[in-house]
Structure formats: structure tokens, C-alpha cells
Ligand binder design. Structure first.
Ligand code: ADP
Ligand code: MG
Length: 397
């Protein structure tokens, strides 16, 4: 038996289901609702905090939050997926608190309030179909859905860039994760049928069409997460900053491979390889956006495989399981009839791979790859096809 994630639920079906659960939990129907998607990054990994380029798409799995305003200033937060209730009073400063998951919602409420999104109290229930902790940014989906709910409750709209940056700040300050801007930007600004090329320095974006009916985005969750001390991400950031300093540039975004080669003597081997990844990955991301525009799938695939190799060898954030999934996908590499390209996606040390695959072949290949993966690792992977989807929106209840 091959384990397949159930087909994605539509936003409307998810809203109806969550509204019914809200009624059971709080005794009345919700009056306001909002949704925000998770994301998968096609290419451009560990480039966002180097002022570089990323090319993510919003997926058809999302956080839906439904609510009803209260007469007082109390906020009560529950989740369909996790135990516990958070309760606090908006007349006091909103701080981190229990249960831990509520911090992904407390942050946007606190920081949204600073921007003038000040509703009265409300009862809210969140439901997420983004797998938690799988590298598809369930955290950004929660944050952005809450900011969007605040827009619905107050009638006051945020500028999309300000909204994404506020959600990112919430993740920094309330979840203690020093993430870049990618996840919150794509969750806010995703567009159906498109990936989004984001310039992480000036925050400009370019829609990149990803609507060829013959090509699909396949996500495979390796279902293995290597528990680390959490310092690896901060360490990579620090190594990149140090390499930029040695190269005499503000960020690695400003460096070229020629500059790197001529400074090689001043960098230790690790710093050299970290910088080589980021500089190469920025160029691959720009090239991939152009190749997608031209539907040049041979080029797209080579860029994706090269990205994976670089993340494995130079940036050293892959895992044996992610490497195995990419190797198994590569065995079916055929831009005309099989796998176009495949790579690990997200920060690394576990989580998912993303592949572009010919639609006609995807069911057969997903089954084959997950079966071979189980044989090689003893682990069940989960495969699902996703569709480039819209970013956050207010929903009518
Ligand atoms: P990722 O963003 O890759 O999914 P993170 O570790 O950044 O992983 O975020 C996962 C956290 O988000 C969980 O530990 C939990 O606190 C919170 N979370 C995810 N899904 C839900 C949910 N349905 N309800 C409440 N909290 C959730
Ligand atoms: Mg996250």
C-alpha cells in the first residue's frame, strides 16, 4: 500500500467544516473568516537572508481561521488540530504564552495592533491542512491567516508588503525563528497558476506562469526530521555574512563567482562552499524563472538538480533521505515524459522534496519513488500533487 496524502480540500469545504466545528466549540456560528496558504519553494534556497532571489508558489493547503467578535476585549483562540485554548485581554499588551502554538497567532495580533488593526475581543478557531513542521510553512500560513482575519474584523486593509513583513516579524519575535521573508511573502501574495519570483532585497516581485496543464508540482514528504540543536540555521546565516564581509560586499547577493574565485585564498573551505552555493543559487533562480517563462523544461530540470547538489555538497543542509528521494526521482529524469527536475525544498535537515513531473506520468512515478524509498530507508514517504494557488484572502461565511 502506497501512502498518499488525501486530495486537497477546497477552501470552501474547509471553511464549512471549520465553521461547524466553531459552532460546536463556541455555541454560535462564526461571522468572519480568512485563509492563508502554505508554500513550496521551487528554487532559491537559503538565498532570502542573503538579499537574493527565491521562486516559491502558494500550495492548495491552507490555514483557515473563523471568528466571532465579542462585546468585551477578551480573545480566545483554539485549533482543530491541537489541544488547548489561549485566552488573553486586548486591554493589556499581547505577549507570548500558552499553549505554545498560540504564539503563531498572538504575534500577528500584537503587531497588527501596533499598525492600528485593533478589533474588540473575539473567539477564533483555526484549522490548517498544511502539514505541521514539514517544511511547507504551516507557521507562515497561521500568521498570515490571522493578520487577514484582523483585516476582516476591522475593515482595515494592510499593504501586502507591510503585511508580509509584519507576519515575518511575528515569527521572529513570538516564535523565536529568525526566518527570511519568503514564506510570509508568498503566503500573502501567491497567485493561482503562478510561482512568484521575489527579490528579497527590494521586495519587488514578478509573477512567473506555472499553468502548463501537462506539468504538475509533486511534493514528497520524506517524513524524516533530523533533530538538531537548532543552531544550524543561525550558523549558516553567520557564515554567509562573514563570507560577504571577506568579499567586501553588503550581502552575497552582490558577489559573483569570479569575485569568489579571486578571494578564495582568504576564505576557509567551508566559507568558500557556503558562498558558492548562495551565489550559484541566486543565478539558478533567475535562470529558472526565465526558463519557466519559455517552458524550457530541460533547463528548468537541470537547474533544480543542480540546486539540490549544491545544497547537499556546498551548503550541507540535506539529509540522506532527501538525497535518496531526489536520486530516485532522477532515475526517471525525462523532461518530455517523466520527471523534469527534483530537489529538496525548505530549510533542510528534513522535510520535503519538490519535483516538476509530466502529468501523464505522475501517479505511476509517485508510487514508484515512494515504494523504492520505503525499500531503501524503511520509511513511508507521503506524496501529493499540489496546484499553484492564491495567497491570503478574506472568506465570506
Ligand atoms: P513549518 O512552518 O515548516 O510547518 P514550523 O516549526 O515553523 O514548521 O511551524 C510548526 C508549528 O506551527 C507547530 O509546532 C505548531 O506550533 C504550529 N502549528 C502548525 N499547524 C498548527 C495547527 N493546525 N494548529 C495550531 N498550531 C499549528
Ligand atoms: Mg515555519
Amino acid at each position: 500500500m502506497i501512502r498518499r496524502m488525501p486530495a486537497a480540500e477546497t477552501a470552501d469545504a474547509q471553511l464549512q467544516r471549520t465553521a461547524a466545528q466553531f459552532r460546536e466549540a463556541f455555541g454560535c456560528p462564526p461571522t468572519h473568516a480568512a485563509a492563508a496558504p502554505g508554500r513550496v519553494n521551487l528554487i532559491g534556497e537559503h538565498t532570502d537572508y542573503n538579499d537574493g532571489f527565491v521562486l516559491p508558489l502558494a500550495i492548495d493547503r491552507r490555514s483557515v481561521v473563523v471568528a466571532v467578535p465579542r462585546e468585551d476585549y477578551v480573545v480566545r483562540l483554539r485549533s482543530t488540530g491541537v489541544e488547548g485554548e489561549a485566552s488573553f485581554d486586548l486591554t493589556q499588551p499581547v505577549t507570548t504564552g500558552e499553549p505554545a502554538w498560540s504564539n503563531y497567532l498572538r504575534g500577528p495580533i500584537a503587531l497588527g495592533g501596533e499598525l492600528g488593526l485593533k478589533p474588540t475581543g473575539f473567539d477564533a478557531l483555526v484549522d490548517s491542512t498544511v502539514p505541521s513542521g514539514g517544511g511547507l510553512s504551516s507557521s507562515a500560513a497561521l500568521e498570515v491567516s490571522m493578520l487577514t482575519l484582523l483585516e476582516a474584523l476591522t475593515g482595515q486593509m494592510l499593504d501586502p508588503v507591510q503585511k508580509a513583513l509584519t507576519a515575518q516579524k511575528a515569527e521572529h519575535e513570538f516564535a523565536n525563528t529568525p526566518c527570511g521573508i519568503m514564506d510570509q511573502f508568498i503566503s500573502t501574495m501567491g497567485k493561482e497558476g503562478h510561482a512568484l519570483l521575489i527579490d528579497c532585497r527590494d521586495h519587488s516581485t514578478r509573477d512567473v506562469k506555472l499553468d502548463d496543464p501537462e506539468v504538475v508540482v509533486l511534493i514528497i514528504n520524506s517524513n524524516v526530521k533530523h533533530e538538531l540543536n537548532g543552531g544550524e540555521y543561525a550558523e549558516r546565516r553567520q557564515q554567509c555574512e562573514a563570507a560577504a564581509g571577506t568579499l567586501g560586499v553588503k550581502a552575497l547577493r552582490d558577489a559573483t563567482l569570479d569575485m569568489l574565485e579571486s578571494t578564495k585564498g582568504q576564505l576557509d573551505d567551508t566559507a568558500y562552499r557556503r558562498a558558492r552555493h548562495v551565489i550559484g543559487e541566486n543565478q539558478r533562480t533567475l535562470d529558472c524563472a526565465d526558463a519557466l517563462d519559455a517552458r524550457d523544461y530541460a533547463a528548468v530540470g537541470n537547474l533544480m538538480f543542480a540546486s539540490h547538489d549544491s545544497l547537499r555538497d556546498d551548503f550541507e543542509v540535506s539529509t540522506p533521505e532527501l538525497d535518496k528521494l531526489v536520486e530516485l526521482a532522477k532515475a526517471h529524469h525525462d523532461p518530455e515524459a517523466g520527471v523534469i527536475g527534483s530537489r529538496m525544498t525548505g530549510g533542510g535537515f528534513g522535510g520535503c522534496t519538490v519535483s516538476l513531473v509530466r502529468r501523464d506520468a505522475v501517479d505511476r512515478l509517485a508510487d514508484q519513488i515512494t515504494a523504492d524509498y520505503r525499500q531503501a530507508t524503511g520509511v513511508e514517504a507521503e506524496a501529493f500533487v499540489t496546484v499553484p494557488s492564491a495567497g491570503a484572502e478574506i472568506l465570506e461565511v
